[in-house]
Design a protein around this ligand. Structure first.
Ligand code: UD1
Length: 422
């Protein structure tokens, strides 16, 4: 296993480019199953999660080949199986995105239940509800979702879950509805730009979908879809992580491809913390100075503050001049980073769904362990600001979502080395 060895305390400065969006790309790879032939995706990040989805597609009989550094060609001509097996699905929850497309194309799908994740239970009831509403019969058998639908029929479906709309279930429903009979209206659809990007890809495949980015998406089913070429949007969670790297080191960092529309609330919170934020041209630039001002943050579905940036903001606020309050509105237990930040000297008290962060003057390097992707990113950020050497272990979590993180940080002047864990 690899680890990062970070020598902290350097002020980062310079420009990095955002990678393609992992979370937009994963369901798009599944959407390729809706048509027979070669679909080409561009701006695809080179990440472990993308490889896992490619393996899911291969297990169904598709091929997935890199045609360029960030260009992935998916050939679905020979897809003949409709079973997504446990040994690939367990590696990544987002594999459940093949449920809707398989059902639409083969009228059958068997997808292993993904199980929990590091920050609490993550049910799949809304995914199952989505396909049932279109007429699928669904059983849970031997750890698998077994779905059958001789016919899929469009209808009005409300997708609200306990924590608001679900992105993944909205995507599955759209993909199944694209080849269903009649019109499906998705009420309380997820409004994330990643969902809107999938809508645009489905349109490029010939689907009749409207309303991407709004809370009502309408899908008029068609008989066939065609393969397409599509350029994936940029990864705003990755972009914001590097912006926080600038802020937490009192540096001056610009990220090309960071989108001020997507990140408007994030930018507003950073500015409220005293960071200078300039959006313009092709990206966002931050200039930071420590300590930052304390903040109140509540995570919520888009356009709310993204839960996927909560751990990284917690790292920044650990160096604030006072007491911050963070309420996790989506995953009440998503605070695995708190005790690890504590090893670096941060004061974070967690009473789910809330964390109170009492800012400290300094963090000090230590051995810490990444427990999931964004918690890992938070530890790297804290390590960049900490005095001395920080060893972040289990960085395979970070590699799931950040392409060449150490290279990007080093290009900004950080000292980050990938080494073997002893
Ligand atoms: C996506 C993102 C993930 C992010 C999350 C929330 C991808 C690949 N991943 O995950 O990085 O943290 O959105 O912004 O895009 N829920 C149910 N039942 C379901 C499905 C979800 O109750 O069947 C709940 C979840 O537990 C959660 C909320 O709905 O509280 C939102 O989850 P959802 O939008 O589905 O998250 P993902 O699409 O899995």
């Amino acid at each position: 296993m690899d680890k990062f060895v970070i020598r902290g305390g350097r002020r980062l400065s310079g420009v990095v480019a955002a990678q393609g969006s992992k979370n937009a790309c994963l369901p798009m790879m599944a959407a390729a199953l809706l048509a027979e032939g070669v679909t080409t995706l561009r701006n695809v990040p080179r990440l472990a999660d993308i490889e896992t989805m490619a393996d899911v597609l291969r297990s169904l009989g598709a091929t997935a080949e890199w045609e360029g550094p960030h260009e992935l060609a998916i050939d679905t001509t020979s897809v003949e199986r409709y079973v997504a097996p446990y040994d690939v699905v367990r590696r990544m929850r987002a594999s459940i995105a093949v449920l809707g497309p398989l059902l639409a194309r083969f009228r059958r799908a068997e997808v292993s239940l993904p199980g929990g994740c590091a920050f609490g239970p993550r049910p799949v009831d809304l995914h199952i509800k989505a396909v049932k509403e279109l007429g699928a019969k669904v059983d849970l058998r031997g750890g698998y979702i077994v779905a059958q639908a001789p016919a899929l029929k469009g209808k009005r479906v409300n997708m609200t879950g306990p924590a608001g709309p679900s992105r993944g279930a909205t995507a599955n429903l759209m993909m199944a509805a694209a080849l269903a009979e009649g019109v499906t209206v998705i009420e309380n659809a997820a409004r994330e730009p990643e969902v809107a990007d999938l809508v645009n890809m489905l349109r490029a495949m010939g689907a009749q979908v409207d309303g991407g980015g709004s809370s009502e998406i309408t899908v008029a089913g068609v008989e066939h879809l065609k393969p397409c070429e599509y350029e994936v949007m940029n990864d705003q969670i990755e972009a914001a992580t590097y912006l926080i790297a600038g802020a937490i080191t009192g540096g001056d960092v610009a990220v090309e491809g960071a989108d001020a529309g997507y990140l408007s609330l994030f930018d507003e919170r950073l500015a409220a913390a005293g960071v200078t934020v300039e959006a313009g041209g092709d990206g966002i630039r931050v200039r930071g100075s420590l300590p930052v001002a304390p903040l109140e943050i509540r995570t919520a579905p888009f356009p709310g503050f993204p839960t996927d940036l909560q751990p990284q903001m917690t790292a920044l606020l650990s160096l604030a001049s006072g007491r911050s309050v963070i309420v996790e509105g989506i995953y009440p237990d998503r605070f695995n980073h708190a005790p690890e930040l504590g090893r670096l000297g941060a004061h974070v008290e967690v009473t789910p769904p809330t964390a109170v962060v009492n800012g400290v003057h300094r963090l000090y390097g230590a051995y810490v362990m990444a427990s999931d992707l964004r918690a890992g990113a938070a530890l790297v950020l804290a390590g960049l600001a900490a005095e001395g050497e920080t060893n972040v272990r289990r960085i395979y979590h970070i590699d799931r979502g950040y392409e060449r993180m150490e290279d990007k940080l080093m290009s900004l002047g950080a000292s980050v080395e990938r080494a073997q864990e002893e």
